[in-house]
Design a binder for this molecule. Structure first.
Ligand SMILES: Cc1cc2nc3c(=O)[nH]c(=O)nc-3n(C[C@H](O)[C@H](O)[C@H](O)COP(=O)(O)O)c2cc1C
Ligand SMILES: CC(C)CC(=O)C(=O)O
Length: 351
């Protein structure tokens, strides 16, 4: 398979249609879902020439974590719905690719098992802070003990977005045998949960004080994921976050919000290099990665492409997707006259 679109088609053939819809879908009219991709397609590149050098180096270090390329695995829930090996397969593929995997709190495999399956993997942990802060703290301790190296707090979900495909398919719970394993066995009366369980514990009250609270509870870097407004990026730096993920949750939260690539320049300007800026949403080609890095991202995350690889071929499928993106990015970088990710500059993108 040569493209992410081909992996998606293969995944679609294999998946239960309701599960395919869960992975593929966005909120309401799915305008932002489509816009994330079309916004990249609208941008035109201006390569630099005669800058030759035969060795390219795609590697970078993010908050102390080395990565072989500026393409990370974004947190997506429920990998065992996509493939029986679930998050273990994803983690092994991410480790082989030498990249960082941000594990979803709503993973269907326990964080300890993921860490054990891929000991060399740079693991970050995505958190939905919950109204019960003691419970949240227990999850934080559990993830720390498993060896994660950063927390990524999702801040675009005071409530969950309305995904009409899921409503139509009545997909609101995991099938028997699958659970949100990271919420199991913590505290009293926590049987570990289903999708509706997670739905109940995203926190409407979430505010900057909670970020300060989390920072007081862990020495690990705390990033926030789901920033679209430059003023929030400024506030994030002011509140001492270690990094910002420009994200609209893959178009799954509020429909008609801006495409991430369109707001990236404002956010990069607001942050001014104070902390790393990551971007996710709509990355399907190496040229998308080039555009994001040129416009100010330090790295990008991929959500659905990894799920399609997993559904199409388990660990090997995820490996193929990550290598396809790596090669595609490497070639686009070379064609833009760059040797390292940091060589890309905003003037190389015409908006
Ligand atoms: C099926 C699915 C599940 C997701 N689960 C989570 C999650 O548990 N936590 C989270 O912060 N983001 C979640 N996201 C959002 C992704 O982290 C990411 O922002 C988005 O997928 C990027 O867009 P892309 O799919 O176009 O690459 C999910 C996205 C998808 C498609
Ligand atoms: C379990 C869900 C809340 C995971 C998620 O963030 C999503 O489906 O977008």
């Amino acid at each position: 398979m040569r493209t992410i679109a081909e992996f998606e088609a293969a995944a679609r053939e294999r998946l239960d249609p309701a599960h395919y819809d869960y992975f593929a879908g966005g909120a309401q009219d799915e305008i932002t879902l489509r816009e994330n991709e079309t916004a990249f397609q609208r941008l035109r590149l201006l390569p630099r020439v005669l800058r030759g050098g035969d060795k390219r180096d795609l590697s970078l270090t993010l908050l102390g974590a080395p990565s072989s390329m500026p393409i990370l695995v974004a947190p997506t829930a429920f990998h065992r719905l996509a493939h029986p090996d679930g998050e273990l397969a994803t983690a092994r593929a991410a480790a082989r690719a030498g990249t960082i995997m941000i594990v979803s709190m709503a993973a269907t495999t326990a964080i300890e098992d993921i860490a054990a399956a891929a000991p060399d993997l740079g693991l970050w942990f995505q958190l939905y802070l919950q109204p019960d802060l003691e419970f949240t703290e227990a999850i934080v301790r559990r993830a720390e003990n498993a060896g994660v190296r950063a927390f990524v707090v999702t801040v675009d979900s005071p409530v969950l977005g309305r995904r009409e495909r899921d409503d139509r398919n009545a997909f609101h719970d995991l099938p028997p045998g699958l659970a949100v394993e990271n919420l199991r066995d913590i505290g009293e009366n926590r049987s570990g949960g289903t999708a509706s369980h997670v739905r109940d514990i995203v926190m409407s009250a979430l505010n900057w004080d909670h970020i300060a609270w989390l920072r007081s509870k862990t020495k690990l870097p705390v990033l926030i994921k789901g920033v679209l407004h430059a003023e929030d990026a400024r506030l994030a730096v002011h509140h001492g976050v270690a990094g910002i993920v420009v994200s609209n949750h893959g178009g799954r939260q509020l429909d008609t919000v801006a495409a991430t690539i369109d707001v990236l320049p404002e956010i990069a300007a607001a942050v001014g290099g104070a902390v790393p800026v990551l971007l996710d949403g709509g990355i399907r080609r190496g040229t998308d990665v080039v555009k994001a890095l040129a416009l100010g991202a330090d790295a990008v995350g991929v959500g659905r492409p990894v799920v399609w690889g997993l559904a199409a071929g388990g660990r090997e499928g995820v490996t193929q997707v990550l290598e396809l993106l790596r090669e595609d990015f490497d070639q686009a970088l070379a064609l833009c006259g760059g040797r390292r990710p940091a060589d890309l500059t905003p003037d190389q993108v015409r908006r």
